[in-house]
Every structure is written in C-alpha cells, then in structure tokens.
Design a protein around this ligand. Structure first.
Ligand SMILES: Cc1cc2nc3c(=O)[nH]c(=O)nc-3n(C[C@H](O)[C@H](O)[C@H](O)COP(=O)(O)O)c2cc1C
Length: 352
C-alpha cells in the first residue's frame, strides 16, 4: 500500500476522529497493528492555530512517518495557507475533510457539507494540491462520504475530479451526509468509486471485526479499510484484522492483563500530552470505552468518573483489571461494546 512516496506496512487505517485520535491514541493503534493513522481535524482558521487545542492536535512528537494531518474549512485560500502551515510543522500528507457530518467552520458548514457545492469543493482541492506541491510535492488525500443525500450521491464524480486535480488517495465513508451515523454503511458506492479511479481508494464505515474487514475489502475492491469507532477502547482490532487477513484465522482476545498494560501505557502518554487536569478528565472516555461491554464495566465506569486524579484513575483501573483477571485469563468477548458505540454516536452526532 502506497500513498505518494510512502510505503505503508499494511492497508488497515485509523480513521480521523476529533477528540479521539490524538497522537497518543494514533501511536497506540499503530503499535497494535494499524498501518496508517490520520490526525484529528485541524481548522483552517488562522486565529485558532495558537490555541491550546490546535497546538495539541499539531503535536507529532515521536510519531512514525508518514505524518498525516487532516484540515477542514470552507475557503480555498485559507485551506491553502493551512496546508503550508501544517507542512512546515511536520505534516507529510495533507488530508482534506469532506467527511464530517456537522462541523461549522467560519459560520459555514465544512466537512461533508462541501459535497453539496462541487465547484467550491474542487476549488478547495485544487488550492490545497497547489500549496502542497509548492511545499515539496506533499501528497494530498481526500476523505468524503457517498454524497450529500440519498438522491445526490456524487462521490464518483467528485472523486474523479479530485483525482484529475492531483489527489493521491480517496477515502469514502459509506454514508451520505444526510444520514449522519444512522443506518448502515453501504459499500456499492465505494465499489463504484474504486472502479472509476486509478489512485488508491479506502473503504470506511462500520468495519468492526476481522470478518467485516475482509467482506468490505472484497465487496468494494478497495485498497484499504479505515476503522474508527470499533477501535475506541479496542485498539488491538488492527492486529486482529491483520492476522485474519494474513492467515484466515481469528486471534484470541488479548490476555486481560495485557489489555490493562496497553491501556495504562496509553493513559500515561495521554496525561503527558494534556497535563493532569485535562488529561484526567479526557481519559475518562478512553477508560469507559475500554471497559464497555465487559462484566461489571458499566458500574466501574460510573465509579471511575468520580475520581479526580490521574493516579487514582490508574490505580482503580489496575485494581479492576486485576479482579477481572482472576475470573478470565483473556478479555471476555463482547459485541455489546460496538453496539453501544454505534448507539452513542447515532444520538450524539446527528447532522444539523
Ligand atoms: C467521535 C468522532 C469524531 C470524528 N471526527 C472526524 C474528523 O475529525 N474528521 C473526519 O474526516 N471524520 C471524522 N469522523 C468520522 C470517522 O472518521 C469515520 O468516517 C466514521 O466514524 C465511520 O467509520 P467507523 O464506522 O469505522 O467509525 C469522526 C467520527 C467520530 C465517531
């Protein structure tokens, strides 16, 4: 799998998720089998570049190449500037966000809303490609949905135009913007995009198991699959999928104490990026995802949410996983986690 000059170790990608796929989480996923990870979206609004949030998002300390930064905005000149700015700060690939369902930038809808305005979308793509080329032939990739709404699925047309404009890879989330996260992802449009393009195409949407990954690759003919929500609290899904694709066999779930160690390692990285207070608070969601669907996980999550220091969080976590390990050598399999993840997202992320 190749993006521009970069050869990737495999075709399993971590989806960009604002508030989730920060540098510590991306590094964890890559250690556990992901071949590539896109950063959380960075706004094209210059006035926000020095904010703590954006500077944390632009933190790539120790991250393995290629470093891919996603940018979002609605103005071509600002997106071009954001391209140059991020390349100067270490971005080796620039990803344009036309996939987010509800993201307001400069009082306008950015993300997948741009799919409704193809001339503007193309103007942005061309401006970003031009800036990235001028900054040293940096590849530009595009993340989109299948279209604006059921009646207007323009992914193939837009993807072809993007390819002509010099985009190096296209990712398609198998839902329209109108759908938000509701319903099921459909893969026929992704297959049509793959059939129409000569650049690599990545399939995204609802991949939550090794079987599903193989099925989506087969049905779409895509070059890679991108996984978002299923990696929350379960970053080892990448090695599970990699193993299955390579051997046809399912890996056992990880030993409970191994999962605990990965989580604790992740938390320490997380605290050092965000500092004690913000780190402790934002770590709660990662801990919640990690215990979701496990026996006693919900009660633990509620108790853990009342703790007010990182030391107390890690101690409680070790104690809880230690007790779980007395009952189970390996993580008890649960699909409840994924279902709950989808329900949560359906409720939380309706498009406006
Ligand atoms: C919490 C959250 C944040 C997201 N943030 C972004 C983002 O910043 N940029 C983007 O292109 N997509 C974003 N997405 C969409 C995901 O990248 C992905 O397309 C979507 O979740 C479908 O994949 P999945 O079914 O594997 O989760 C986000 C999704 C979630 C759940």
């Amino acid at each position: 799998m190749q993006i521009g000059p970069y050869s990737l170790p495999n075709n399993l990608f971590v989806a960009p998720m604002a508030g989730v796929t920060d540098r510590p989480f991306r590094q964890l996923c890559r250690r556990l089998g992901a071949g590539y990870a896109v950063s959380e979206m960075v706004t094209s609004r210059k006035d926000l570049w020095n904010s703590l949030k954006t500077s944390r998002r632009a933190n790539h300390d120790g991250e393995a190449a290629p470093i891919s930064v996603q940018i979002a905005g609605t103005d071509a000149a600002m997106m071009a500037e954001a391209t140059t700015y991020n390349i100067e700060r270490g971005a080796q690939i620039i990803d344009i966000n036309m996939g987010c369902p509800a993201k307001k930038v400069c009082s306008k809808w950015a993300g997948s809303a741009l799919m409704q305005d193809e001339p503007l979308a193309l103007e942005i793509i061309r401006a970003v490609v031009e800036a990235a080329t001028a900054a040293g032939a940096v590849p530009v990739t595009l993340k989109m949905r299948t279209g604006w709404c059921q009646a207007e699925k323009n992914a193939v047309r837009l993807a072809l135009a993007a390819q002509d404009a010099g985009v190096a890879m296209v990712t398609v989330h198998g839902r329209t913007r109108e759908q938000g996260y509701k319903g099921e992802a459909e893969y026929d449009t992704i297959a049509a995009v793959k059939a129409a393009l000569r650049i690599p195409v990545v399939a995204n949407g609802d991949v939550d198991s090794p079987h599903k990954a193989r099925e989506v690759l087969r049905r779409t003919g895509a070059d890679a699959v991108m996984i978002g929500r299923a990696a929350q609290g379960r970053p080892w899904i990448f090695r599970e999928i990699a193993h299955y694709l390579a051997t046809g066999e399912l890996l056992d779930t990880p030993p409970v104490l191994q999962a605990q160690d990965w989580l604790v390692e992740h938390l320490h990285d997380h605290y050092s990026l965000y500092g004690e207070l913000t780190g402790m608070r934002t770590a709660r969601k990662h801990i919640g995802w990690a215990v979701r669907g496990l026996p006693g996980g919900e009660a633990f999550r509620q108790r853990m949410n009342l703790l007010e220091s990182s030391t107390a969080q890690v101690a409680a976590l070790r104690q809880w996983f230690g007790a779980l390990a007395q009952q189970h050598e390996r993580l008890p399999v649960s699909t409840a986690g994924m279902e709950a993840a989808h329900d949560e997202e359906h409720q939380a992320r309706q498009p406006a």
